[in-house]
Design a protein around this ligand. Structure first.
Ligand code: 5GP
Length: 189
């Protein structure tokens, strides 16, 4: 998606370890006009998919997910990174975060992710695919169906996207970064 790619080149900042910071328009300050355009693009790319629920993980996935949910008029559920003491009936999985180099638990209530749900997962970044695999586990535990996964930015050099596509999952990424070597942002055409 051209507008996103242009913005990454203009405002994205590269850090050691293959990390891209997009705090200027996605991860800290947010650009709602671009966010809306990205959601419109997801709606177009998943137009032939039957979806009844949008799922994301807090916190950075919530903004794009709610835009998609708004456009499709569907509920948006975010998996929580801390188990609330008051929440019963929970599904839980463990995810490794490579940006933080630690494991964390992700949970969602069985009240909001259920058998029969046709789930579109939306998140900001796809890197090694650990968060995505945690989501697959939660969706399976719920007896729901994962009908697609949409990412704003995929870093293809970390190969999570290959793994998900090899599993037969419909993956859409609006900008694909092929390399951040030497802190140069190389985008896929
Ligand atoms: P994965 O689980 O696919 O390895 O990593 C995805 C998660 O890690 C995303 O939800 C995102 O929050 C975070 N992440 C991975 N790579 C980057 C990056 O280069 N920049 C930022 N800002 N977050 C990232």
């Amino acid at each position: 998606m051209k507008a996103l790619k242009d913005r990454i080149l203009q405002d994205g900042k590269c850090f050691d370890g293959g990390i891209l910071k997009v705090d200027n328009f996605i991860n800290h300050q947010m650009d709602p006009i671009l966010m809306k355009s990205m959601a419109v693009e997801f709606v177009r790319r998943f137009a032939s998919t039957r979806i009844n629920k949008i799922l994301t993980i807090e916190a950075s996935g919530i903004a794009p997910a709610i835009m998609v949910g708004y456009l499709l008029e569907l509920p948006v559920v975010f998996a929580k990174k801390k188990k609330p003491s008051t929440m019963e009936n929970m599904l839980t999985t463990t995810v490794y975060s490579f940006t933080k180099d630690r494991n964390y638990d992700v949970c969602v209530s069985k009240d909001y992710l259920k058998e029969g749900d046709q789930v579109l997962f939306i998140d900001d970044f796809l890197a090694n695919g650990n968060a995505a695999k945690g989501i697959i586990d939660l969706v399976n535990k719920a007896g729901a169906e994962l009908v697609g996964m949409g990412f704003l930015i995929e870093k293809s050099f970390q190969h999570g996207g290959d793994e998900l596509r090899n599993l037969g999952i419909h993956v859409e990424s609006l900008a694909i970064i092929e390399s951040l070597d030497d802190c140069k942002i190389i985008l896929k055409d």
